[in-house]
Design a protein around this ligand. Structure first.
Ligand code: NOJ
Length: 556
């Protein structure tokens, strides 16, 4: 599909976007939860890091059953996090620093505390209020069985039976995630109109774009059919609630709204779909950007990574959409831990595996690999996403006491899957052991008092102690992002593979820039090459194992 002129040069084609998980970023009001003012106080840090944009996870009023992904009001700010005025101020100040601002939009479901859902509960079956969500009669003689066999992502049935106003057991509603997250009925024009209003509300406040939660959800197959119980068919059959054709019509409408605003407003899809389906979301008249989960799902393995990069570039060719590389977010095991333990990125099995697998964990090797991975990612053509704390080399926290786990997965999996809290532990801004390692301004709070406890060793990763060490993870990231800005060949464009043997992944970018990732034994820096940057210190003229170097080859 030909690319429109404007999309050839839009800012997000090669932006490095920093994901802020607001609850765990910085606490300015001293209540043990991050907030808007906390983010504001760290804008200079983000500027110095060298990122181009911020994506902030849901900051809307919410009972926090899924930490903000259960939205009670899409057009306001969670009181624990601040006020709308503070949010507007934050957007303005980020812009003044040249940092773009992306908010998270959650259209598949709301909180059960959303006014619309409360109205639905208080209305009759078949009423317009019920029709904003997906209510159905149950099966069985007395409607005692769920309407179909769908399972919730967090575990258990995807249906919940309500008590009607007459006190009797009544209809069931669909929740693909937690019970407290009822799915909207996107066949209802009222729902569509509401979300268009929500987009405009935030665009009017100057946001540069949206991260779209569960972008492959929203539309369900007509008739809500059972999913197959045949294990073979299950492997190949599309789920009747994911990746349905109808979602694309929604995004075409949204693209028109984005394009009706001045500047280049963007949207990035959180779509866990097959690499062959993904390009549909990336069409020029739709979202044109999406997280590359195929890449995130890769193990620290030369072949696996190369395959994913090749596949990504091939799938994007002809579409005009940029790649958006990502290794970390608030839903997956941190790459330091994952890469060391040889785990894949997403999927329930990985999430289960990450606990109880800590014995073999080698933090030093994990950080080395994660840094090498980051420099690989920053050298690839397209944009990249960095998740807070990644730039500090944080590992997953795998021993949060069970009575402190908060992820709905923990409960819904009947306490078999500890969930995602281990990558969401409040950031260590300071190495100092007292208090919450600089996370909260409240000196009275200990490392156990924030919404999730911090481990005793957290201070080792303190941002302040990384300032003065030129080989700290923080400074490795800063330097990489600075070079990325000045090196004309990085960011958007093409790559060319260079064969340097079985243990090395190497490619050149425009000009004489070469990125080399060494997975094997130490190797010599290629003759005549100038080392621009290295993810770990070189050993004399040798590139150590699990190290990425950026080189200027000088041989044009
Ligand atoms: C994806 C989000 O990233 C995740 O944190 C959330 O639990 C689900 N969507 C449901 O909204």
């Amino acid at each position: 599909m030909p690319m429109s002129k404007s999309q050839e040069s839009v800012w997000w084609r090669d932006a490095v976007t920093y994901q802020i998980y607001i609850r765990s970023f910085a606490d300015a009001n001293g209540d043990g939860k991050g907030d808007v003012e906390g983010i504001r106080s760290k804008l200079p840090y983000l500027k110095k890091l060298g990122i181009d944009a911020i994506w902030i996870t849901p900051w809307y009023p919410s009972p926090q059953n899924d930490h903000g992904y259960d939205v009670a009001d899409y057009m306001n700010i969670e009181p624990d996090y601040g006020t709308l005025e503070q949010a507007e101020q934050l957007i303005r100040e980020a812009h003044e620093l040249g940092i773009r601002f992306i908010v998270d939009i959650v259209p598949n479901h709301s909180s059960d505390q959303h006014r619309w859902f409360q109205d639905a509960l208080n209305s009759e079956p078949g009423s317009p209020e019920r029709n904003r969500y997906i209510f159905r009669e149950g099966k069985g003689e007395h409607g005692e069985l769920p309407p179909n066999n769908w399972q919730a992502v967090f575990g258990g049935p995807a249906w919940h039976r309500i008590t009607e106003s007459n006190g009797e057991a009544g209809q069931w509603y669909l929740h693909l995630f937690a019970v407290e997250q009822p799915d909207f009925n996107w066949e209802n024009p009222e729902v569509r109109a509401h979300f268009e209003e929500v987009l405009k509300f935030w665009l009017d406040r100057g946001v540069d774009g949206f991260r779209i939660d569960v972008a492959h959800g929203m539309i369900k197959e007509q008739g809500l059919p059972d999913i197959t119980t045949d294990p073979e068919l299950l492997k190949v059959q599309k789920m009747p609630y994911w990746d349905q054709d109808g979602v694309h019509e929604i995004y075409r409408a949204w693209r028109k709204i984005l394009d009706s605003y001045p500047g280049d407003r963007m949207a990035v899809a959180e779509a866990w779909v097959s690499p062959t389906s993904l390009p549909l979301y990336l069409r020029n008249d739709e979202l044109a950007n999406s997280f590359n989960f195929d890449f995130l799902d890769s193990k620290w393995d030369r072949k696996v990574l190369k395959k994913s990069i090749v596949r990504t570039i091939k799938n994007l060719s002809g579409l005009g959409a940029p790649a958006s590389w990502v290794f970390n977010n608030h839903d997956v095991t941190r790459s330091v831990t994952r890469f060391d333990l040889g785990l894949k990125g997403g999927g329930v099995s990985t999430i289960k595996q990450r606990f109880g697998n800590t014995k073999k964990f080698n933090a030093e090797r994990g950080v080395r690999r994660a840094r090498a991975g980051a420099m690989l990612m920053f050298a690839l053509p397209g944009g990249a996403y960095v998740y807070q704390g990644e730039e500090l080399g944080l590992p997953e926290v795998t021993n949060i006491p069970q009575d402190r786990l908060t992820d709905p997965r923990w409960k819904m999996s009947e306490y078999t899957d500890p969930g995602r809290d281990g990558c969401r532990v409040p950031l260590p801004w300071a190495a100092a052991e007292a208090g919450s390692h600089g996370f909260s301004t409240n000196a009275e709070l200990s490392d156990q008092d924030s919404w999730l406890p911090q481990p005793a060793w957290w201070g080792k990763y303190g941002a302040d102690s990384q300032e003065s060490d030129e080989n700290s993870t923080l400074n490795i990231y800063r330097k990489a992002l600075a070079i990325r800005k000045t090196e004309s060949g990085l960011g958007d464009g093409k790559l060319k593979w260079v064969d340097m043997g079985k243990e090395v992944l190497a490619f050149s970018r425009a000009g004489d820039f070469l990125c080399l990732v060494n997975f094997g034994d130490p190797i010599k820096v290629p003759k005549g090459a100038e080392v621009l940057h290295s993810s770990s210190p070189l050993d004399g003229k040798k590139i150590p194992t699990d190290t990425t170097v950026w080189l200027r080859t000088k041989s044009k």
